[in-house]
Design a protein around this ligand. Sequence first.
Ligand SMILES: Nc1ncnc2c1ncn2[C@@H]1O[C@H](COP(=O)(O)OP(=O)(O)OP(=O)(O)O)[C@@H](O)[C@H]1O
Ligand SMILES: [Mg+2]
Length: 367
Amino acid sequence: MQKTNNMEVLPKVLLVEDFEDTVKIIKRLLARNGFQVDTALTIKEAKERLKKSIPDAIILDINLPDGSGLDLLKDLKSTHEDVPVIMLTAYTELENAIRSLQQGVDDFIPKPFDNAYLVHSVNKAVEKNKLKKRLRQSEKFRVLGELASGVAHDFNNLLHSMNSHLYLLERKLKQSGEVSEHLAALKTSIEDASEIVKRLSSMGRKRKDELQVIDLSNLVQDTVLMTKPKWFHEPYKHGRKVELLTELEPDLYVRVNPSEIREVLTNLIFNAVDAMPTGGAIKIKTKKVEQKAICHIKDTGLGITPEIMEKIFDPFFTTKGHGSGLGLSISYAIIQRHGGEMNVHSKPGEGTVFTISLPCIEVSNLV
Ligand SMILES: Nc1ncnc2c1ncn2[C@@H]1O[C@H](COP(=O)(O)OP(=O)(O)OP(=O)(O)O)[C@@H](O)[C@H]1O
Ligand SMILES: [Mg+2]
């Protein structure tokens, strides 16, 4: 995960090309234009790279030492359907170019290539990929939101009735140690189920008139204080140290439902702590970039593998024994309802950065 000084993560391009001079030129060109470039000289190497991380775009040569780029393209389209592929090929290989277009390549660049066109093509591919991901996610949440609020409502009534019966049962039963143990377990399960339902119902919650203009950095500060038992006391009790550092730009005004944004920040801080079973550091940074209030939450935890990464925003997906798997999907839905974006970049073994961006309100418009 390569980052600029201010924790931004550069889009990643995998270049599959065996001609070293071309590799050097493209690498330098793309690095100058804000991309992080990983290279593979053969199909085998490219497959290894793809197992480790999924790039935002792939530039693929047709003639490779261990086979045809067209075969790799075919594989890619069946396993990593969404990753845009730009084919590099010599003018003389027109037939191959046509075949690659038939196989769903996103662009096709003839060699010798034009620098400006190559950068333009990679930019276009990365943006298209981002947009596709966002559209798919928002459709998923629209459907889920509708379903969730309906289910949550009915389920909540059932849980309420279970709780009342449990209360009566508890009073009537002569409590032997064993019975009370089971009753306590049942009570905890019902409480956990109610908590899940509460979170599920917020997924489809319509935005009410609870919006306030508030400084995002203040919300971060409040949440850091509120969550101190989770990031400081709890780990400390178990002999591990979690540090939480902040670097907050003042006057980052956003129009939000403060409790919802605190919920998102809490989820991200909790996840960061869970990802650091032997301790580590969380850094939260806020800043303004082009009319957007940005908040990075970075941890030095276990990181997220590409296979897991594909699922983390799916409701009920969890790798934790006691997680509900709703934290991130609800957080994503909240940020989306506020007209913002949530992104994540991670490197297994090194850590993860979640980035939230929300539309910023100009301070001058407030007076
Ligand atoms: N900072 C992180 N580092 C590593 N993995 C993470 C991080 N944040 C989330 N994940 C992964 O994403 C999964 C889903 O996260 P999510 O917050 O939605 O659910 P959860 O934390 O498992 O359960 P819940 O939040 O409902 O208690 C986690 O189980 C974990 O595998
Ligand atoms: Mg969580």
